[in-house]
Design a protein around this ligand. Structure first.
Ligand code: NDP
Ligand code: KPL
Length: 305
């Protein structure tokens, strides 16, 4: 029998993972942030997953961070800016050989957690699945995609990947997880801020090829300086391909700003600019983009970090 999973954060991706694991019979507990959220969850009777228009309620057991049972496998499904503080709340419960699975987009939050809890094995995940919250504890599975899991220290794949097979969660084990995370970060840096600043769907960015080209050029230099040459290869072509494939969509950052939600800019474009500075690279296009984006976020009353 596999060790129990604890899923920290019952939002979009946390809910998507938790419901699929639970219905496959994998032992699982949700960890909710406080007694009020736990009471609301119990009032809802569990997590509802809506897939292909059909909804089903899953009465997954839930608890507070300060519950007593040790945690052996923790899936952190909060936003990047909440992840470290959320792990700190359950840290006293982490078992000696615990594993922490990090679902966050961008980079920076994962490294902070690795540094603060060196006794736990951290697995990084890069996900292109799509989910959103229709209401509290009601999750819509909006887009099929892939989850790449990998160990930044390049240790071997863990045996519990069999749980993901049972749960029908799409995944691949990536020996080069940092390459995957940097590539996605660069793609998000090229597309998302411009879509916010131009207040447009992704497809309209094809009308601005020159800024896209200059951004991809600087992003490729940053990736190479960070020892991620594979993530730099063919970046501009892939950005253009993704823009075409998602032409009718608004980027996730655009949706966040429109809904008045905090963005993960500090872990995406902010991280790219920090990495450039650390390597002594001049990235005027990225710096100006970050500056304009932060100005817009502040104008909307949103955090700029
Ligand atoms: N949604 C998607 O389709 C995709 C998301 N991602 C990435 O996955 C990560 C998670 O995103 P997403 O699922 O969309 O985010 P959501 O905002 O939908 O969910 C985050 C959840 O974390 C919870 N949370 C925050 N702090 C704590 C805490 N201290 N203790 C317990 N729970 C906490 C929130 O609780 P509460 O409900 O109480 O606020 C919320 O339920 C992000 O980095 C995102 O970029 C990547 C690919 C696709
Ligand atoms: C669609 C895409 C690839 C654009 O960057 C995305 O990941 C997002 O909107 O966050």
């Amino acid at each position: 029998m596999t060790a129990a999973w604890h899923v920290l954060g019952a939002g979009s991706l946390g809910g998507l993972w938790a419901t699929r694991l639970f219905r496959a019979g994998v032992p699982l507990h949700l960890v909710l942030r406080n007694p009020q959220r736990l009471a609301e969850y119990r009032g809802a009777g569990g997590l509802t997953l809506i897939e292909n228009g059909a909804s089903r309620l899953y009465p997954i057991p839930a608890e507070l961070p300060e519950a007593k049972a040790p945690i052996e496998r923790l899936l952190v499904a909060c936003k990047a800016y909440d992840a470290q503080a959320a792990v700190a709340e359950v840290a006293p419960r982490l078992a000696k050989d615990s594993e922490i699975l990090l679902l966050q987009n961008g980079l920076g939050s994962q490294q902070a957690i690795v540094a603060r809890w060196p006794d736990s094995r951290c697995i990084f995940i890069s996900s292109t699945e799509g989910a959103y919250r229709q209401a509290d504890f009601r999750i819509v599975h909006a887009g099929r995609g892939q989850n790449w899991l990998g160990d930044p220290l390049k240790r071997q794949a863990p045996p519990w990947l069999a749980d993901l097979d049972m749960a029908d969660i799409p995944y691949s084990w990536a020996d080069d997880i940092m390459d995957k995370l940097w590539r996605k970060l660069a793609i998000n840096c090229a597309i998302n801020p411009l879509s916010v600043l131009n207040d447009c769907r992704n497809g309209e960015l094809l009308n601005h090829p020159e800024p896209l080209r200059r951004l991809c050029c600087e992003l490729s230099e940053v990736l190479r300086a960070c020892d991620q040459p594979g993530a730099a290869d063919g970046l501009e072509a892939e950005v253009l391909r993704i823009i075409e494939a998602t032409a009718q969509n608004y980027s996730s950052m655009h949706q966040d700003v429109q809904s008045g939600r905090r963005t993960e800019v500090g872990f995406l474009l902010g991280q790219a600019c920090r990495a450039a500075r650390q390597h002594g690279l001049a990235t005027p296009e990225l710096d100006e983009l970050l500056d304009r984006l932060q100005t817009l976020l502040r104008r909307h009353g949103l955090p700029a970090d």
